[in-house]
Design a protein around this ligand. Structure first.
Ligand SMILES: Cc1ncc(COP(=O)(O)O)c(C=O)c1O
Length: 453
């Protein structure tokens, strides 16, 4: 607890991201890290862990990728932040326009929250309406008041913000339609992640686990995203996809390409620059243009504007990362690795006779862990036990962000993970048969979005 207490004394929450905090990891996980290389991270004692958090999913190629680092250093040597727009900034914007079919203009920022907040502002400016709709099942879009005011953690946010973000159920177009009927002419936008462990094409999309060819799916017409797109169009609302987590992991051109939709605005971040700080708002010119300065006489929207928003080193990382994502077909690799991970997990869980109590759900590129107790009830204690045992085997998994492998996770890492599963399942089985408290060595992990500590 030495590091954790120092961290929590110096930094509220003990980290600059709540999902990096001490309540998100089992007690045997390292409390602080010194460095990362490839698929591994090291703590100050020199202990090495195979990492599945990968910088909150941002490190898609592997830590300290040599070519990305070279590109970053080149930009640092060129000054990193100049007085006018840089060539790197222009190249990076044009690169995203080339890659993402719905991107006609681009605005960069440093954090995902900044661009989702910017997207909601653009939608409000474009429609002159106030409400933003987001799904109940997707926990996070921004640290800003417009979104956090709609969660359990409202403290510090004026009440008039609480009602401006409306919730519907992902996969149920009726619940979204009900909001449009209740607030006719007042909904500015629908913002959602294209997919999580919940998929837009209902049952048929289960095929996606081993099959990238989603557009060939026979029920494609029932695709929830297409339904949302059509509903937004009918009601004059802006259709926004938040591809912070799906971007570049699901498909080089975004999950929007797989599901055949064309959002008005999209937000990207995380894997875009292999752990360097870049987020992007991209979208249709008709909307993005509201923030332009060349339309004489039109009322302006003050969009993103920050000193470091187009920092050259991070955008150099973006250019090199997207080059590798394309040339090495990284998203296909990640689907394949995830499939092997899930197959191995399922096989070993069956062997250990715990497969009715612990399993991986969702598509192979976004696997989710479910941990049940002896009565088949979801159990935070059993979830924590599994994470604890994996940490004992030097595999680092965060509670809320189960598996985010990178291109640096190869056969050797897969085998090490499967060995760790095997060892952890033995303890899980003992805990099911006896008393979990005999096996749990620290506190249970906790949800990020809770009202009270
Ligand atoms: C879906 C989604 N949107 C937005 C964000 C915010 O991104 P950032 O942490 O870069 O501000 C996150 C972060 O986890 C996210 O998962």
């Amino acid at each position: 607890m030495f590091w954790r207490s120092r961290l929590e004394a110096a930094i509220p929450g003990g980290a600059h991201t709540y999902s990096r905090g001490g309540d998100q990891y089992a007690s045997l996980a390292p409390e602080i890290l010194v460095r990362g290389k490839g698929a591994y991270v090291w703590d100050p004692e020199g202990d090495k862990f195979l990492d599945y958090g990968m910088g909150l999913r941002s490190v898609i190629l592997g830590y300290a990728d040599r070519s990305v680092n070279r590109a970053v250093i080149r930009e640092i040597k060129n000054g990193n932040s100049l007085s006018r727009p840089s060539i790197t900034e222009l190249n990076a914007a044009e690169r995203l326009i080339e890659l993402i079919p719905s991107a006609e203009m681009v605005k960069f920022a440093k954090n995902g929250s900044n661009v989702t907040s910017a997207a909601s502002k653009m939608a409000r400016a474009y429609t002159n309406r106030k409400y933003i709709c987001v799904p109940n099942q997707q926990p996070f879009f921004s640290f800003d008041d417009w979104f956090i005011g709609s969660t359990a953690v409202k403290r510090g946010i004026p009440e008039n913000y609480h009602e401006l973000t409306l919730k519907f159920d992902y996969g149920s177009i009726d619940t979204l339609e009900a909001l449009f009927n209740k607030h006719t002419g007042e909904i500015a936008a629908v913002m959602l992640e294209p997919a999580t462990h919940l998929l837009p094409c209902l049952d048929s999309c289960k095929k996606i686990s081993g099959n990238l060819d989603c557009l060939a799916c026979p029920n494609h017409k029932e695709n929830f995203l297409k339904q949302v797109q059509a509903l937004c169009k009918r009601h004059g609302a802006v259709f926004i996809l938040d591809e912070m987590r799906t971007g570049f992991r699901w498909h080089l051109r975004g999950a929007q390409e797989m599901y055949g939709v064309s959002p008005d605005l999209t937000t990207f971040g995380k894997a875009l620059a292999n752990g360097f700080s870049v987020a992007a708002l991209v979208g249709k010119r008709e909307i993005m243009d509201l923030a332009s300065i060349d339309k004489v006489g039109t009322e302006r929207v003050f969009l993103l504007s920050s000193t470091n928003g187009a920092e050259m080193s991070s955008l150099g990382a973006l250019l090199e990362t997207t080059r590798q994502l394309e040339s090495d077909k990284i998203s296909e690799y990640l689907w394949d690795y995830g499939t092997k991970l899930r197959d191995g997990f399922t096989h070993l869980a069956k062997q250990a006779k715990v497969d009715q109590h612990i399993f991986l759900d969702g598509p192979s590129v976004a696997l989710e862990l479910t941990a049940l107790d002896i009565n088949f009830q979801a159990s935070t204690k059993f979830r924590t036990l599994f994470l604890q045992e994996m940490a004992k085997n030097h595999v680092l998994i965060a509670s809320g962000n189960t598996f985010a492998p990178s291109f640096a996770h190869k056969e050797r890492e897969l085998k090490a993970t499967l060995d760790a599963f095997s060892n952890s399942f033995l303890v899980y089985k003992n805990a099911l048969e006896r008393d979990i408290d005999l096996y749990l060595e620290g506190e249970e992990v906790k949800p990020v979005f809770r009202k009270y500590n």
